[in-house]
Design a protein around this ligand. Structure first.
Ligand SMILES: CC(C)(COP(=O)(O)OP(=O)(O)OC[C@H]1O[C@@H](n2cnc3c(N)ncnc32)[C@H](O)[C@@H]1OP(=O)(O)O)[C@@H](O)C(=O)NCCC(=O)NCCS
Length: 132
């Protein structure tokens, strides 16, 4: 990554929306020249598992390593919660995202038919780690 900085959004920030006010969730974003270049959201509903709920990098900032850096940072955050698994859903047609998740070791758990809409499926992916 060239010049972006990963920032953790603080819970008392007015930038927190309703979704982010939920307990056990977090958001990291990349700040680049004073603007947000991308972000990742994650949650850990229980000690059993965590989820990556959103990941996006601004069009003009893609292919510079920001998505990978954000995902790695979110994985580290989830690991500090001592969960053994991170799960997420992704549209199989999103090749950049599929490649990124594959690169960081995520495996396909299942194809969920009609997950996003009647004609849009999702892969459920997972990344397991040793919690010992
Ligand atoms: C997926 C996304 C976050 C990747 O962000 P990015 O900053 O461009 O990704 P990076 O530059 O960090 O690339 C990391 C890896 O992702 C994969 N990748 C990224 N863009 C890719 C592309 N256009 N084609 C193929 N693979 C791609 C590659 O494996 C790449 O590793 P490499 O550089 O060693 O080839 C970005 O494309 C995006 O915001 N897409 C739209 C939203 C989305 O699909 N989010 C995921 C929803 S689950």
């Amino acid at each position: 990554m060239a010049t972006g900085v990963i920032v953790e959004l603080q819970r008392n920030s007015p930038k927190w929306g309703d979704e982010l006010r939920k307990k056990n969730s977090g958001l990291l974003y990349i700040e680049l020249d004073g603007a947000v270049a991308g972000y990742v959201m994650y949650s850990w509903p229980s000690s059993l598992y965590a989820s990556i709920t959103k990941l996006a990098v601004k069009d003009s900032c893609r292919r510079q390593g920001y998505g990978e850096s954000l995902l790695q940072a979110a994985i580290q955050k989830c690991r500090t919660r001592n969960v053994g698994r991170i799960s997420l859903h992704v549209d199989p047609l999103r090749t950049p995202a599929m490649n990124l998740y594959n690169k960081l070791g995520f495996k396909v758990d299942n194809l969920i038919q009609g997950y996003y809409s009647s004609d849009r499926n999702a892969y459920r992916l997972y990344l397991d780690f040793d919690t010992n």
